[in-house]
Design a protein around this ligand. Structure first.
Ligand code: PLP
Length: 409
């Protein structure tokens, strides 16, 4: 595979000892984040919420645990397994709690996230994405070999890539769980025709480098269809396309044990579809302003917001309160964070500031007060923080590292 020489001579050496650095294929590059003496952390166990340093990412444990239980209760008694998406929390402690509650493993979107989860003792990780490029494939194969017998799975949508990956896995003596990704309405990755799914499945099932598990069939667009009928219809359309690919694979005499997909918005329909054997909700644990725009299905669990950004009022002028958290503390791709209290609205957000305007007198604010904000979009907000401050009824119970923070590679 050729590289486009965009950066030909422009790399400077900076003050870095290059002999100690691994690029691309190194395993040593992942070191789980630990709290060392002298490290800055926003809070200590036992602190009151109002004493947490800001901006900080706050988890309300009661609400988070309620969300976890509601999901597992909604799926209990069915044949469907839960494999929550760790791209949402990126935190091995939360992944371990999801598994303790009955999840079979976790999903990751990036190899770097998968490394963080495996290093955190999660022994079944599915990368719900394609891994392309020789050095990254090599790194994945070494990760799989190093953590065996932990299961490491990945998706493919091209025979060429499958061939390259199989050769690398054989050379590295690694075996991967492998899934054909099918496009069920996202128009992103995945094969579009059942015939192409069969061709790829046949290739994968016959390769000793792989353990062919089945299909990955996820539609992100379906999760955020606002009305219940539209959301259910989008989920049913995705399930139908997954069923057509699965049936074609089975008709060709190949196995198709797993059909995995679905998220917080559609999992109730996916579980009842008779097609999915596994669902992958991520946001349900935290929720956010964007998910709250989905119409609640009265037959589905009602997940509550459990994730907040805590900010300090750093300047106050009559009807205007300026907070010390902006787009470096919460993502704005799906709209800004919103105050978790009434009487104030967001006027504007900049790099390190959010300006609130008073809309009525419901919540008095003083200079130095701490303000809880609900993120617009939970996943990219989590990715901006090193630590998750876990609280219960206003007191800090734990501070957990966001292990896969920034591991977008
Ligand atoms: C492949 C895949 N599965 C599951 C999820 C989880 O979706 P949600 O956070 O809406 O539950 C995502 C989120 O983007 C995803 O990309």
């Amino acid at each position: 595979m050729s590289a486009i020489p965009v950066f030909a001579d422009s790399v400077t050496d900076m003050a870095l000892d290059w002999t100690t650095v691994e690029q691309g294929s190194g395993l040593k590059e992942f070191r789980p984040r630990r709290m060392n003496p002298g490290d800055w952390v926003p809070a200590r166990r036992g602190d009151m919420l109002k004493d947490v340093d800001t901006p900080a990412l706050i988890l309300d444990l009661d609400k988070c645990e309620a969300n976890l239980s509601r999901l597992m209760a909604a799926v209990a008694g069915t044949q469907v397994q839960v494999r929550p998406h760790a791209k949402t929390h990126k935190c091995a402690e939360l992944a371990r709690r999801q598994i303790a509650a009955g999840a079979v493993g976790v999903c990751c979107q990036k190899l770097g996230e998968a490394e963080a989860m495996l290093a955190g003792n999660i022994n079944d990780v599915l990368i719900t994405n394609e891994i392309v490029g020789e050095s990254k494939m090599q790194r994945m194969a070494r990760v799989a070999r190093t953590y065996a017998p932990a299961r490491v799975g990945v998706c493919v949508d091209s025979v060429d890539i499958a061939r390259q990956l199989a050769a690398i896995c054989s050379a590295e003596q690694a075996v991967l769980d492998i899934y054909v990704e099918i496009d069920v309405g996202q128009n992103r990755c995945g094969v579009s025709e059942p015939r192409a799914a069969v061709e790829l499945a046949r290739w994968l099932a016959n390769s000793p480098a792989f353990h062919f598990r089945g299909l990955h069939a996820y539609s992100g667009l379906a999760q955020h269809r606002r009305g219940v009928p539209e959301r259910r219809a989008a989920a049913e359309a995705a399930a139908l396309r997954a069923a057509q690919a699965r049936d074609a694979i089975l008709a060709a005499g190949l196995p198709c044990e797993v059909v995995t997909g679905g998220g917080t918005g559609t999992f109730p329909y996916d579980v009842r579809s008779g097609v999915f054997t596994e669902v992958q909700p991520g946001s349900y644990l935290f929720m956010d302003v964007d998910y709250a725009k989905n119409e609640q299905d009265i037959h589905a669990p009602n997940f509550e917001v459990s994730l907040f950004v805590l900010a300090t009022v750093m300047s106050l002028r009559e009807d205007r309160a300026t907070l010390d958290a902006g787009i470096k503390a919460f993502s704005t791709d799906l709209g800004p964070a919103r105050p978790a209290f009434p009487g104030w609205r967001v006027r504007n957000v900049s790099d390190e500031h959010t300006v609130l305007m008073r809309s009525d007198n419901l919540t008095p604010i003083k200079l130095g007060d701490k303000a809880l904000l609900v993120p617009g979009h939970c996943d990219p907000t989590v990715n901006l923080h090193d630590w998750l401050v876990a609280t219960r009824r206003g007191r800090v119970e734990a501070v957990w590292p966001i292990d896969a923070r920034g591991r977008a590679y």
